[in-house]
Design a protein around this ligand. Structure first.
Ligand code: HEC
Length: 96
């Protein structure tokens, strides 16, 4: 009996660790945000992303590069998954 529950526990841990976290799912393209969310993304970007370095230039990286950059910067800026998405969508919406 103990063996079975240990195996079940292990399976649970493995399953949980295989479940993708929302923050690591790559948002590709200007997908879902409404104009209001883009405006919020802009505000969050301007308030949060210039604290540790100069405010980055949204046009300096491709939308694909921004996925990786946002995955490392959103935790630094303590963004929620929603804010992460809005800021990302704002950044790629700036592309020329
Ligand atoms: C807590 C400090 C901190 C905050 C807040 C922060 N960053 Fe950064 N950022 C860093 C550091 C440190 C580096 C350089 C080292 C690295 O790449 O991890 C960096 C590097 C970068 C780079 C250069 C990466 C490259 O590959 O050239 C970009 C672009 C960037 N940050 C964007 C952002 C954006 C967008 C936000 C807001 C969501 C943000 N950062 C918020 C600390 C921060």
């Amino acid at each position: 009996m103990k063996k079975i529950s240990a195996a079940a526990l292990l399976a649970g841990i493995l399953l949980a660790s295989c479940t993708p976290k929302a923050s690591t799912v790559a948002p590709i393209g200007p997908a879902v945000s409404s104009a209001e969310q883009l405006a919020q993304g802009k505000t969050i970007f301007e308030n949060s992303c210039g604290r540790c370095h100069k405010l980055p230039d949204p046009t300096a990286h491709t939308s694909v590069q921004w996925v990786g950059i946002m995955n490392s910067m959103a935790p630094k800026a303590k963004l929620t998954d929603e804010q992460h998405q809005w800021v990302y969508d704002y950044i790629v919406s700036v592309k020329k």
